[in-house]
Design a protein around this ligand. Sequence first.
Ligand code: SF4
Length: 345
Amino acid sequence: MQEALCYERVDDDAVRCHLCRHLCRIAAGKRGICGVRENRDGTLVTLVYGKVVAESIDPVEKKPLFHFQPGSSTYSIATAGCNFRCRHCQNYTISQVPPGTTQIPGVLRTPEEVVSSAIASGCRSISYTYTEPTIFFEFALDTARLARKAGLANVFVTNGYITPDALDLIAPVLDAANIDLKGFSDSFYREIAGAGLDGVLDTIRDYCRRGIWVELTTLLITGLNDSDEELEGLTRFIADELGVDVPWHISRFFPTYLMTDRPPTPVATLHRAAEIGKKAGLRYIYQGNAVETGREDTVCPGCKTPLVCRTGFRVTGVRITADVCPACSMVIAGRWARYPSLPGS
Ligand code: SF4
């Protein structure tokens, strides 16, 4: 157990947590919405420091990141807890910590152990993922700083609700993030995730402003977030405010957890969304959870040369080793040049 960062004492031994945009006011003896930050007599503590509940070696494409160290492995860790309540969470067994939970699950690890394991397994990066990395911020920050010194990159896979102050602390050692943009209506966000759309949009802007490499993911759910109007708004936001080079991953929903009343998303919906994204000007649109030839490949927007070919999360060929297309010299946004030993290159 460790004292938390990013909080202030308010009144009557209560504290206000400034780690995520919920800004929980937490009375003495209580926990915040995430269930893993507790007020002990006016001191906010994190209950998950070093308590690793999931640890695995993944292709970086699984995060998904398609323009960042393609073909490399990333050492993925999580602790229990999340600040969202997504009804369709795929990792609900570890993300949801019910109120009153006394035994937070996990195996104790130090930041040094995580970094050593990542290096020993040949990974190029550490990903803070599966649950929400913001809620295990202190452990992620200590690990990320060590990882950076050891030459590893750091990746957040996040719901995009961190405060600007907390992001300022970790941004100097954070290389990339895949951020969920779950939909484009506030009512959808509030009903499905228990959070607000504006906070997510502001957070995405914050990541981009700080120069962190960002890719976005939208899980399309029939009848909830897949209307033409909503997708037009969402893709215009990306194109107009973030830039047409931000990769957009559109992913197929399958029934799970508390959302078993919706059918799997038809593949045709993904195709329709991709067309809307193209009309908005987005250059890199990728399909997820539905393998179809060509729909996961990175293609030069200028001359249409395939630059990275993929099947599912597997990279089958790479023709790009610098930040330009080898055929026409068009600049291809991403973090390619630092990682030259790629399959097929
Ligand atoms: S990190 Fe947890 S305690 Fe802090 S504001 Fe977010 S939900 Fe509340």
